[in-house]
Design a binder for this molecule. Structure first.
Ligand code: GLU
Length: 528
């Protein structure tokens, strides 16, 4: 038996062959809530709508959950078998179960066969629209609702196809009140539609299937997409008709994005970032995507993370109340990148190297080759500023950024990047001055200098050449100097890296090593 307060929760994706980031989001939230309560999280595959099976679709869902550490207690497994005692967890394999329960509803008169054809239904729909009344199958429009047994038998005799409909006793003038776990107390009009329970081909609709399954599988709390909110009255009605206790429902707003001046739901068709394959291709660390989604769900996650930089994100307590407060979950890549940079900054260098290499092997084979051939050097590069803890470098958000951050350390790439040395340096000082800086620097630089000695030598160099040794001093009395130390280091940085910004220059020099350093600096005359 489960402990008091334990929640049994599930996700119920359809196997479409597309793994939506929203499915991961819902799965992650649901799994955490279930496990925080010492309950159970399971996966159910809702494949009753599928015209045909999409190869590998279930595998894609399970692999994605596995990759993002959404821990599944019960459901279909990658091995092909199932885990758990409440299966089958795939709806197409539960046909017999649904039919058993439909039979019982038929016997009680709570359901009836409907022989209406699609054409007849469409015709009724047009008439309803034209006369501006509610559309659907209800009241006098429910033509098969009161067929006599004889009429039913006759229709069956001539082989008419049929579905099974629910006989609704609801009155839309009345309202049904319920508590949504996220939205709080709500009420909606009662349902008067005689919804289809079983389609003519023998498979159930979502309405009926989820009622049967969530009852038999012991679901206590349902987290699902907002698009189901308006169906709550039907679902409560069905639970009641079955004589079962309904689970608590909570409806999640869909992930949105800013599009021009407005925000809209992520579109599977238009937005590459709707698919989780996008995050793989870009090389976002799984931990970063996880933290980002947790932050979308509960915006206080970020604060918690700051206060607990070394704790596992599993220790964060997700709450449904705060989920309800999120004003629509808005996908924001600045935020994701920010979170990801912090995640990468906190990773040990071997993990950074390993993950980046694994990504590169698939998405940037040339980079992977270099990383493997020059493993030690690459790790030294990636380790720059990594020991500093708080002030760790934050230049890598995703593994596709790695190439840009390591390329200039490799002579071949540095050469092909062909930076505009002259132009870049001109922004800091005259060529003649720059030669003097380089010459003096090379005279005194020793690879074995610790950072403090290195800095002192640069300061001496500044003084000797008429530059202020710090910016404050320079600002106080600009006329007394040719410039300031930052211009001096800029010259060295540009010549060594081809860029105006880089991680800590002392560390960059240490990693480049004496040979490369001399080679790059002594070429200055021909470059500027
Ligand atoms: N298959 C349904 C969907 O994808 C599941 C909804 C639910 O979780 O109940 O919308």
């Amino acid at each position: 038996a489960l402990p008091e307060g334990a929640m049994v929760m599930r996700v119920a994706p359809s196997p479409t062959g597309f793994m939506h980031i929203g499915t991961l989001y819902t799965g992650m939230i649901t799994e955490r809530l279930a496990h925080q309560s010492k309950g159970v999280f399971f996966v159910r595959i809702e494949d009753t709508d599928q015209k045909r099976e999409v190869e590998g679709a279930v595998e894609l869902i399970l692999k994605s959950f596995e990759k993002y550490q959404v821990v599944v207690d019960e459901g279909p497994a990658l091995s092909g078998d199932e885990k758990g005692n409440y299966g089958p967890y795939t709806q197409s394999r539960r046909e017999g179960i649904y039919k058993t329960f439909v039979r019982s509803l038929l016997e009680q008169g709570k359901a009836y066969p409907c022989f209406c054809t699609t054409e007849e239904l469409n015709e009724a729909h047009s008439i309803q629209e034209a006369s501006k009344i509610s559309t659907g199958y209800y009241g006098t429009w429910a033509r098969c609702r009161n067929l006599s047994d004889e009429q039913v038998l006759q229709a069956l005799d001539v082989g008419k196809t049929f579905g099974i409909r629910f006989r609704s006793e609801g009155n839309p003038e009345k309202r049904v009140a319920f508590v949504d776990m996220l939205k709080g107390e709500r009420d909606l009009p009662e349902n008067n539609q005689d919804v289809i329970l079983l389609k003519s081909e023998g498979l159930p609709t979502y309405h009926f299937a989820h009622v049967v399954d969530d009852h038999l599988m012991g679901t206590t709390h349902v987290t699902r997409g907002d698009e189901w909110f308006s169906s709550v009255p039907v679902h409560l009605q069905l639970f009641e008709a079955m004589g079962w206790k309904a689970p608590q429902y909570g409806h999640l707003v869909p992930l949105q994005k800013i599009d021009g001046a407005s925000r809209r739901k992520l579109s599977k068709r238009k937005d590459p970032e709707a698919s989780i394959s996008f995050y793989d291709e870009q090389g976002y660390p799984t931990a970063a995507v996880t933290e980002y989604l947790l932050n979308l769900a509960n915006s206080d996650f970020e604060e918690w993370r700051k206060a607990n930089p070394d704790k596992s994100d599993r220790e964060f307590m997700l709450t449904l109340e705060k989920l309800g407060n999120t004003n629509g979950a808005l996908l924001n890549f600045d935020k994701l990148n920010d979170i990801s940079k912090t995640v990468v900054a906190h990773m040990p260098v071997d993990d950074v190297y390993g993950s980046a290499l694994a990504w590169a092997k698939i998405h940037d084979v040339e980079l992977a080759g270099v990383m493997e051939k020059e493993a030690t050097y690459t790790k030294q590069i990636l380790n720059i500023e990594r020991q500093n803890g708080v002030s760790a470098r934050k230049d890598i958000a995703k593994w596709s950024d790695v190439r840009h951050e390591v390329s200039y350390f490799f002579d071949e790439w540095f050469a092909t990047e062909a930076p505009d040395f002259r132009g870049l340096i001109a922004a800091s000082m005259e060529p003649a001055q720059a030669y003097a800086v380089v010459e003096k620097f090379l005279e005194n630089y020793r690879a074995e200098d610790v950072k403090e000695d290195w800095l002192n030598k640069i300061r001496e160099l500044c003084t000797a050449l008429g530059y202020a040794t710090n910016t404050k001093e320079f600002k106080k009395n600009p006329e007394a100097f040719k410039g300031s130390i930052s211009q001096v280091t800029a010259v060295l940085r540009i010549l060594l890296t081809g860029r105006t910004s880089s991680p800590d220059l002392y560390e960059v020099m240490q990693v480049l090593g004496m040979n490369r350093l001399r080679q790059r600096l002594s070429g200055a005359k021909s470059l500027i």
